[in-house]
Design a protein around this ligand. Structure first.
Ligand SMILES: [Zn+2]
Length: 198
């Protein structure tokens, strides 16, 4: 299943990508994201339809439709992470993704053949699930989801209070509870304030 370090790097990039606020990116950062998105995910995934590009125009351009396109890829990936994460605590095995293959019987020239072709509608979701499996510890068939985590850092105050909710990947043994330094710091200072009051 490929080189595990490369795979893990790819997964870390993808987790980082789904946490990006694409609307807030500066033009240069957005173009960098487009290149990396193309190299990391888009190639080899036929169900990702590229935005319409006029002839002679470069794919690498910061336009509203390119941003919408990047956000749609992001939403698809986020949703497969959410599905896996939410089903994780379940006691029973829950199917979160069905990847069906089309099976055809072909006959011709005095011969018969059974051919399978993948269903491309969910190829991105399947690729992401496969990557999560490949990067997780466990046996060939079942893997532990202990490295897939969600950030619980508090955000906002009063009624708007919520948690960060970003997914992140704990790449090392050391327990990691927050998606970023910013969130770790946020939690730390919120706890300090709380302690002062009580
Ligand atoms: Zn966070």
């Amino acid at each position: 299943m490929g080189d595990s370090r490369t795979e893990r790097k790819r997964l870390v990039w993808i987790v980082n990508f789904i946490n990006q606020d694409i609307d807030q990116l500066r033009s240069n950062d957005f173009l960098k994201l487009l290149i990396e998105l193309f190299e990391t995910i888009v190639e080899g995934v036929p169900s990702i339809v590229l935005p319409k590009i006029k002839s002679g125009e470069s794919f690498l351009k910061d336009t509203p439709d390119r941003r919408i396109w990047a956000k749609s890829v992001q939403a698809r990936i986020k949703s497969i992470f959410a599905k896996i994460y939410e089903a994780e605590k379940g006691k029973l095995w829950t199917p979160v993704l069905d990847f069906s293959k089309r099976i055809s019987v072909l006959v011709g020239q005095g011969k018969v053949m059974i051919a399978t072709s993948p269903n491309f509608d969910t190829d991105l979701e399947f690729a992401i699930a496969q990557l999560i499996c490949d990067c997780s510890p466990g046996t060939e068939s079942t893997r532990s989801l202990e490295n897939l985590k969600r950030c619980r850092a508090p955000i906002g105050r009063g009624r708007k209070k919520t948690v960060c909710g970003n997914f992140f990947w704990q790449a090392h043994k050391k327990e990691k509870n927050y998606c970023s330094m910013k969130c770790a710091w946020r939690t730390h200072s919120a706890e300090r304030k709380y302690k002062k009051r009580s």
